[in-house]
Design a protein around this ligand. Structure first.
Ligand code: F6P
Length: 485
């Protein structure tokens, strides 16, 4: 089988270069080793109605195809519909949903553009695997172009409660378009159930054992929790001690204990509450002043969107207040860095920190949590403090689980983590490593592709359902049975 993987952001695969986001980092080893073609945005745009242009380069035994997206639609697609309507909705922040009709049209245009671009990678045995909320309608656009190959989709974010997703303009058209996929993968059972509830109650379609029957044919929805390359990360960490940035960090600590947070600067990551919890901890437990500090790496993200600009200001001010209040002439409580680090360096920073703090308000999986665990020294592992609202909490239940809205509770738990005895740290770490080894990125990839190959034939076996393939959008009004916004 010839596999084409599609995502908005791709990674060029250099271990010594910073990487933004879990998806790009996670997909890298599987594309490098599987021979897949990975198609995504080049980060550049092009004017006019030109044919899709892709620059192709080798990536391990696979290849990377970088596509210039249409200039007229890029803003409406990326900053607009994807990140100002879908992202807040997926993270249950309906209050932040902002989208115009133009944004939606641009989102659909970019999905249609990507579908046209993918045709050049199609061979008789090609399967497509589309990633994430940027391309909910790409499968439908491919079917419009008469593609009958297997098409899978994986959502890296949560899928929210029905009422929240329905707050997205054109929500029902999008859910309906998603049913053009043969297999839809989610991070957790809850995400999958929320999605199926939307299909059943909003589109009035029958659902049995995760199988949905629609005018597109048969779609299976299932859970595939994403993992990491555990051995690779552990190797990075073991080799990292000599890395200049890692050894500089070590030297600067003077025996002080360190907690680390590594996040995109995003409102879903719970940064404000986390910093408030540290503030509270230092106020409640003065013995931790000068003996325990926080290194918070917060990579700027989507800065052109108002909610992100506001958050950047809020976090910077809060860090400065806390440092002003608890700091000393020779001690800074929070080291706050707005830049990214390469995976190999991050692994060393994780290993240097006695506590990893991963406290999102909502998160699909959160691979930082898994990376922190994989990077630890088996003889003297650190402790993971993990939000119960991250998908990773389902597997990493041996972490110290916290409610990221409960500042007092988080303050107490971080203090417990900083002072946990070695025996308990090892017991918890070993339990988490066992889980990580059971669900690596390689297994995630293999499981999804195996199921995708099994789910497909039904589309061609259901000609009566396929006879009316006209998309709901943008060329015709709503059809009976589907309530359209
Ligand atoms: O769904 C999660 C994800 O794809 C992450 O991999 C990444 O953190 C984010 O969404 C996308 O971020 P960006 O807008 O920077 O590509």
């Amino acid at each position: 089988m010839n596999l084409v993987v599609v995502s908005n952001r791709v990674s060029r695969g250099k271990a010594n270069e910073p990487m933004t986001g879990g998806l790009a980092a996670a997909l890298l080893p599987i594309v490098e080793n599987s021979g897949a073609i990975w198609v995504g945005s080049s980060g550049r745009v092009r004017d006019g109605n030109q044919e899709p242009f892709a620059e192709i380069e080798a990536l391990g035994v696979g290849a990377l195809a970088l596509l210039d997206l249409p200039a007229a639609h890029y803003g409406g697609y990326y900053e607009g519909f994807a990140n100002s309507a879908l992202w807040p909705a997926m993270h249950s922040r309906a209050d932040l949903i902002r989208a115009t009709r133009e944004d939606y049209l641009s989102y659909r245009e970019v999905n249609a553009f990507m579908a046209r671009a993918l045709l050049r990678f199609r061979k008789p045995d090609t399967a497509f695997w589309v990633q994430d909320y940027h391309f909910l309608a790409l499968g439908a656009e491919l079917r419009e172009l008469s593609v009958t190959s297997p098409i899978g989709f994986f959502l890296h974010t949560p899928w929210p409660a029905r009422n929240v997703f329905c707050g997205v303009p054109h929500a029902l058209e999008l859910i309906e378009a998603m049913l053009a996929y043969d297999l839809i993968g989610f991070q957790t059972e809850e995400d999958c159930e929320n999605f199926l509830a939307c299909v059943q109650h909003e589109l009035d379609l029958p659902v049995h054992d995760g199988i949905i029957l629609s005018r597109w044919g048969r779609t299976r929805a299932a859970v595939f929790p994403i993992g990491i390359d555990v051995d690779l990360f552990a190797q990075y960490a073991a080799k990292s001690a000599t890395h200049p940035e890692v050894s500089r960090l070590r030297k600067s600590l003077n025996g002080e204990r360190l907690a680390i947070g590594v996040d995109r600067l995003d409102y879903s990551k719970g940064l404000v509450n986390r910093i408030r919890a540290f503030d509270q901890m230092w106020s409640d437990q003065p013995s931790l002043l000068r003996t325990a500090s926080l290194l918070q790496i917060a990579t700027p993200s989507r800065g052109a969107i108002e909610a992100y600009g506001n958050l950047q200001n809020e976090v910077a001010k809060l860090v400065s207040d806390v440092n002003g209040r608890h700091g000393e002439i020779d001690w800074t409580p929070i080291r706050y860095l707005n830049k990214g680090f390469a995976q190999a360096v991050l692994a060393g920073l994780y290993r240097t920190a006695q506590v990893g703090v991963v406290t999102p308000l909502q998160d699909g999986m959160n691979l930082v949590a898994k990376e922190y665990v994989a990077a630890q020294n088996p003889a003297d592992p650190g402790v993971l403090v993990l939000s119960k609202f991250a998908g990773a909490a389902n597997e990493l239940d041996a972490a110290l689980l916290v409610n990221p809205h409960d500042i007092d509770g988080m303050a107490r738990t971080i203090a417990t983590a900083l002072t946990m005895p070695l025996t308990e740290r090892r017991m918890r770490w070993e339990a988490m490593m066992t889980k990580l080894r059971r669900g690596t990125i390689q297994q995630w990839f293999a499981n999804f592709i195996e199921e995708l190959q099994e789910t497909q034939p039904d589309k061609s076996e259901m000609p009566e359902l396929m006879s009316d393939r006209t998309a709901l959008w943008p060329r015709r009004p709503a059809q009976a049975g589907a309530r359209i916004h």
